[in-house]
Design a protein around this ligand. Structure first.
Ligand code: SF4
Length: 353
């Protein structure tokens, strides 16, 4: 199945899963609900889990958020990551309350003692730390050193953060180097991967709303994954988190990296199409969403003449004529069905498969 070779990185354990090394690339997302509202967060995480999210991050900005962690942790089955800025005591408390990973930049803590305390607890509990560098928040001296190379600036910041942890003999590290600009992001990850083998969390940051953000993320993540870079992925969208997870899976499936749900193969239509194909595809898609996800390619094609051949890679499909449709399996017609019952017959065959 794997058509792209992933660069070998160090293996890191996050709760009940492992990332890096030979492990599959994992899909990650982040909650939007206020973390202090544990019930809302759990409901949101359940929706994300249902869509295929494998690691979930929550922002932990204050004490009430810390108090919600045990409630959340008890009710979900995927690893929980706490995103913390500046406050090392919050990081310590989040680890005490049971998170599986923290995302914090040691350089922004402003206290060597604080970093030491975080590392001590993370070591003791086997909790990894993600260093997340975002373009646009560089120290002044780094900006002056690399005025025209944001990618190098990002890597320099990451290396400074890493050295704070490595000096304390802590190597359970995950790194992300995200920018809105795709070229900058790709250069930063490439440059970094030549220096260290820590697992990489990849994404295009602030990618935007749908569909622009999905397209931008697909282009950026596609380039990175094509180069073998990335151990966990997040698609950052101004949308419901479930959309992020769906797009992430679509990217992984498009590159034959991982399999999960139905893949719809449908033609762009031409003058040979005599049916409302857009509506028919929408109907098939919504019916498939009601079934448990399976890695099956389902075709919906606009004419009987070329449809089965053009979609011969699909596992099963329908090719529509004016008043009937041909049901085909891997390009070979198996029966003709009436237009009105075509979708139902297709779903019936899928359930039998
Ligand atoms: S399958 Fe038929 S209708 Fe669709 S693009 Fe091809 S020739 Fe045109």
């Amino acid at each position: 199945m794997n058509s792209l070779r992933k660069r070998r990185t160090k293996e890191v354990k996050i709760g009940n899963i492992k990332i890096g090394g030979e492990n599959p690339i994992r899909v990650q997302s982040m909650t939007r609900s206020p973390t202090r509202d544990g019930q809302k967060v759990v409901e949101e995480i359940k929706r994300l889990e249902g869509a295929g999210c494998e690691i979930v991050r929550i922002a932990v900005p204050d004490e009430p958020s810390i108090e919600a962690i045990p409630y959340i942790k008890e009710r979900i089955s995927i690893p929980l990551v706490a995103d913390i800025h500046f406050h090392w005591r919050l990081a310590i408390k989040a680890m005490e309350k049971g998170v599986d990973k923290i995302r914090i930049n040691p350089g922004t803590i402003g206290s060597r003692e604080g970093v030491k305390e975080i590392v001590k607890m993370a070591k003791g509990k086997g909790i990894p730390i993600r260093i997340g560098v975002n373009a646009g928040s560089f120290p002044k001296d780094v900006l002056e050193k690399y005025p025209r190379s944001p990618a190098e600036a990002m890597v320099e910041v990451a290396m400074r953060e890493i050295s704070l942890l490595e000096e304390l003999e802590f190597e359970d590290i995950v790194v992300s180097l995200k920018a809105f600009d795709i070229q900058t992001t790709v250069e930063a990850y490439e440059y970094f991967s030549q220096m260290r083998d820590y697992p990489l969390h990849i994404g295009i940051t602030e990618a935007g709303p749908m569909p622009e953000g999905a397209i931008r993320s697909a282009v950026g993540l596609g380039i990175l994954l094509g180069k073998g870079l990335g151990d966990t992925i997040r698609v950052s969208l101004t949308a419901e988190g479930v959309k992020e997870v769906e797009v992430a899976w679509e990217i992984l499936q498009s590159l034959n990296i991982r399999e999960r749900g139905f893949i719809i193969v449908s033609c762009p239509m031409c003058a040979r199409c005599a049916v409302p194909l857009i509506e028919l595809v929408r109907e098939v898609k919504s019916e498939l969403e009601k079934l448990p996800p399976r890695p099956l390619k389902v075709a919906v094609m606009g004419c009987e003449v070329n449809g089965p051949g053009e979609a011969k890679d699909a596992d099963i499909g329908l090719a529509f004529g004016k008043s009937s449709a041909v049901l085909f399996l891997r390009g070979k017609p198996i029966k003709t069905v009436s237009f009105s019952e075509a979708v139902e017959k297709l779903l019936g065959e899928i359930e039998k498969m």
